[in-house]
Design a protein around this ligand. Structure first.
Ligand SMILES: NC(=O)c1ccc[n+]([C@@H]2O[C@H](COP(=O)([O-])OP(=O)(O)OC[C@H]3O[C@@H](n4cnc5c(N)ncnc54)[C@H](O)[C@@H]3O)[C@@H](O)[C@H]2O)c1
Length: 361
């Protein structure tokens, strides 16, 4: 394939970042952009000066066009329908995170990808930080021994979105899905995506529902905080906590406890919207024993100036062009979706719930 013909579904904030990245790739044509709100796609095309891009109302007509692939940039609750429709229409899919709201939806997407032989890739740009790869290499090398406990998550002192992100109908879930999915992807990818068996979780929205802290408190329907303990079939436990807002500076580091060594990580960046794993690794420390004593080693991080978001788009476009497998396969991410689904079920039930993964995975 010489040129790659792309359509964008959902013409909001993140779609503009997709469009800007595709435009840097000389072999890509952004053929069309759509939005469910009439005229919004037209405004999007004009605002981003996308010459030759057709604005379309709704995604159905866009999928009738001659496209190789689509970027899905709609709110979370629309991911399922738009992704399944796109795969059935024979388009490869780059789907924004989180994959879906429920486990059932995620499984349905994986089935549609397989049945139609089209790739489904999920948009986790932090994977393109070379230090995320370094982290995975260290843990996978066996340097830590058997990893039995992982702690991850993160919190913003104040960093609550509004708009489509706080509506139960549109977003499906709040902080867990919005930023928690990054922590889950980082730690689970590092561990080779082990299979979860049960989860015990708590969620709340004390900040989002309080007009003191959120200007749209009357519309705030999702969780702004969540904490969970997840048990895995490889005798590992994950403590996972996430917060859009809190009276605390941090929810602690991400850590991997192994029988031979431990690894502690801090995210990159400062400021009210930092402290979560949606970007790069800021520091990595190995805790180990040498010559009978306790010691620690700062892991030298790889300096780079990569635009992680652009790398995500470039990798997807290259996979489409070269007929390669999905860079971040839906088959893998469905496992973290099972955890988010379990967190929401457990929190509602007020007890531990089991996670059932079908044999197809
Ligand atoms: N990877 C990242 O760094 C990153 C950053 C921000 C948002 N996101 C994800 O991107 C998604 C969109 O976020 P956003 O900030 O752009 O939201 P947004 O609300 O700004 O835009 C979403 C747009 O999709 C439209 N839409 C809804 N259903 C549609 C449908 N069926 N067909 C076509 N258009 C439809 C809405 O009208 C809206 O214009 C979310 O899932 C979010 O989690 C990812």
């Amino acid at each position: 394939m010489d040129r790659v013909r792309i359509g964008i579904i959902g013409s909001g904030g993140i779609a503009g970042v997709h469009a800007a990245a595709y435009r840097k790739l000389p072999y890509v044509d952004i053929v069309a952009a759509s939005d469910i709100i009439p005229c919004r796609a037209k405004q999007f095309v004009e605002h981003h000066e996308l010459v030759g891009t057709a604005p379309i109302d709704g995604h159905t007509d866009l999928l009738k066009m001659d496209l190789d692939a689509v970027s899905i940039c709609t709110p979370n609750a629309s991911h399922h329908q738009t992704a399944v429709d796109s795969l059935r229409a024979g388009k490869h899919v780059l789907l924004e995170k989180p994959m879906s709201v429920t486990l059932h939806e995620a499984l349905d997407m994986v089935a549609a990808s397989r049945e139609n032989d089209r790739m489904l890739s999920i948009g986790f740009q932090p994977r393109y930080d070379p230090n995320m790869k370094l982290l995975r290499d260290i843990v996978q090398s066996g340097r830590l021994g058997k990893v039995y406990y992982v702690e991850t998550g993160g919190g913003r002192r104040r960093g609550m979105p509004g708009g489509t992100f706080i509506s139960r109908e549109l977003a499906g879930a709040g902080a867990m899905a919005d930023i928690g999915c990054y922590s889950l992807d980082m730690t689970l990818n590092t561990m080779g995506y082990p299979k979860p068996v049960s989860v015990y979780a708590y969620t709340s929205n004390h900040f989002g529902s309080n007009p003191l802290y959120h200007s749209e408190a009357h519309k705030f329907e999702v969780e702004d905080f969540g904490a969970a303990m997840v048990r895995f079939e490889n005798d590992m436990i994950l403590q996972f906590k996430i917060s859009w807002a809190m009276h605390m500076d941090s929810l602690g580091a991400t850590m991997f406890l192994g029988t031979d060594a431990g690894l502690k990580l801090q995210p990159h960046g400062t400021g009210p919207w930092s402290g979560v794993w949606d970007g790069q690794i800021g520091s990595m420390t190995l805790f180990h024993d040498e010559f009978g004593g306790h010691t620690s080693t700062e892991v030298p991080l790889i300096a780079h100036e990569l635009d992680l978001f652009f790398e995500k788009i470039r990798d997807f476009a290259e996979a489409v062009q070269g007929g390669k497998p999905a860079p971040i396969p839906g088959e893998e991410i469905v496992i973290q979706q099972a955890i988010i689904d379990g967190v929401l079920r457990s929190s509602e039930a007020g007890r531990e719930v089991s996670i059932e993964l079908p044999g197809m995975l």
